[in-house]
Write a protein of this length. Structure first.
Length: 282
């Protein structure tokens, strides 16, 4: 009998502490702040990747015309960037999924942190505590129902903020250096390719059938061929590590916005299933 009373006291104190924490909203504000931070980070990264996609598209549309012996040949140096452009398209889908996941977390956080949900939790917990301390026959089923419902509501109330806190802790502890270096590398590649585009432009050669005109065309074609090799080398240098940096960012955002939330939800489901199969502890 004394042990049963201790269980009830401990359960009551824990329940009231959690209710006070839910009412204060400290965890919710921290979770919302971290979710907003992750959402903005994803949008900025997405914008940087789309900027790189834009300068690559310009490079792919830039042609260098070479006309040796009057035969026109057009080269597109930007085609060397095709594999990176394809990877950016895949990266765009990952970022769309990541921003959608973070946006969904924001909505769920707002719902479960609302005064209506907190009121529902308080009412269910209050009824459960009253039934817990009321020694009467026939109330066991209703008490157990309130006990399990309160557990479910508490999990829903704090699950999303805990996921946000865990994500931010994981990011600041392990992922931030890789994220910053990869983002900086992509921005540098975007600027370098953009400067190459502006420097190379579209080289065209006009047709002139005179002897002097043909000599001029031959000279310009030779220079264009030399410039083409230089442009190709500059594109290769600018995009040397972009693929690796994009893959690092894909891993970071998939881990933060897809794998970790799914793993956490799986763990919560396991815990709830175990709690629902246990009898009440008094």
């Amino acid at each position: 009998m004394e042990m049963e009373k201790r269980y009830k006291i401990v359960f009551t104190l824990v329940a009231l502490s959690l209710l006070l924490l839910a009412q204060q909203g400290l965890v919710d504000r921290a979770g919302m702040q971290y979710t907003e931070s992750g959402f903005k980070r994803a949008l900025v990264t997405f914008a940087v990747a789309r900027g790189l996609n834009g300068v690559i598209s310009v490079a792919q549309g830039t042609e260098v015309a070479v006309q040796p012996a009057g035969v026109g040949i057009n080269f597109t140096p930007g085609e060397i960037l095709d594999p990176i452009n394809d990877l950016i398209e895949r990266f765009s889908w990952v970022m769309l999924a990541s921003t959608t996941s973070l946006g969904l977390q924001k909505v769920l956080l707002q719902i479960f942190a609302s005064p209506h949900f907190t009121l529902l939790l308080a009412l269910t917990m209050g009824v459960g505590l009253v039934l817990l301390w009321r020694r009467g026959i026939g109330w066991e089923g209703l008490t157990l129902f309130c006990y399990r419902t309160t557990l479910l509501l508490l999990v829903l109330r704090f699950a999303v903020p805990v996921v946000a806190l865990g994500n931010e802790l994981l990011f600041t502890t392990f992922l931030q250096p890789q994220y910053e270096s990869s983002t900086q590398g992509i921005m540098q590649a975007r600027d370098d390719i953009g400067s190459i585009n502006r420097a190379s432009g579209v080289a065209g050669v006009t047709q002139d059938d005179s002897l002097l005109g043909r000599a001029r065309e031959w000279y310009q074609s030779t220079l264009a061929g030399m410039d083409l090799e230089a442009v190709l080398q500059r594109y290769q240098q600018a995009a040397a590590n972009v693929s690796e940096q994009l893959i690092q960012l894909i891993v970071i955002f998939l881990l933060q916005t897809v794998l970790l939330p799914l793993l956490f939800l799986w763990g919560i489901g396991r815990v709830l299933r175990q709690l629902y199969t246990l009898p009440r502890p008094w």
